[in-house]
Write a protein that binds this ligand. Structure first.
Ligand SMILES: *[C@@H]1O[C@H](CO)[C@@H](O)[C@H](O)[C@H]1NC(C)=O
Length: 195
């Protein structure tokens, strides 16, 4: 078990090996679930966060792309049977990806830069299979950055010109509970078909 403090330390140490830091993008991860949960990024564990508000910060380069999720409540550490919080740093894109086989935890993503122009920097949240604010498979195309907001469920939040506000707050179980009842149940085979 890692405390949220070591979560921070481990994450920063892992990143420090790879990055000649210019810009950094901070991801604050908050666990409001009623149990401690393990956090994974692109299949790699970052350790666990304690129940009811445990949090940690992961610092990544500005162009970081990847997904955050937990294996809690029937999720798989490979990302199957999870809701995933996704980021594509080159376009400042963020999004959620829901797995139609199983819904393990609600997640919200809140950009650090306040919402502006209505369509940019919105807080997004997916509370179950069929939610409007999530893809059902990983998006393969990201449009070039533009003055127009992308089509949901793809969202963007450009930082301020001075670089502030390019981070995100990812909250697991924003309502304080796992989905009740868990729906639908985890399928036996784990075979999702296709790739
Ligand atoms: C960057 O600019 C924004 C908007 O003017 C401001 O709110 C913020 O405090 C600035 N950040 C720094 C580090 O100067």
């Amino acid at each position: 078990m890692f405390s949220s403090k070591s979560f921070y330390t481990v994450a920063v140490a892992a990143v420090a090996l790879a990055i000649p830091v210019l810009g950094d993008r901070n991801f604050r991860v908050i666990n409001n679930c009623p149990e401690g949960i393990n956090i994974f990024v692109n299949g790699i564990t970052l350790g666990s966060l304690s129940a009811n508000g445990g949090s940690g910060v992961v610092s990544e380069p500005d162009d970081f792309s990847g997904v955050f999720y937990t294996n809690a409540n029937g999720g798989n550490q490979n990302g199957f049977n999870t809701l995933r919080a996704g980021f594509e740093g080159n376009g400042d894109y963020y999004f959620l990806v829901v797995d139609n086989n199983h819904f393990n935890t609600e997640i919200s993503i809140r950009p650090e830069r306040p919402e502006f122009f209505g369509q940019f920097c919105q807080t997004i949240d997916c509370g179950g299979i069929g939610c409007e604010e999530a893809f059902t498979s990983f998006p393969l195309y990201f449009p070039p950055p533009s003055n127009f907001a992308p089509t949901p469920p793809l969202y963007t939040c450009p930082p301020y010109p001075n670089g502030s506000g390019n981070g995100y707050i990812i909250t697991f179980c924003p309502n304080g509970n796992f989905p009740v009842p868990p729906f639908p149940p985890v399928l036996g085979t784990g075979d999702k078909g296709g790739t």
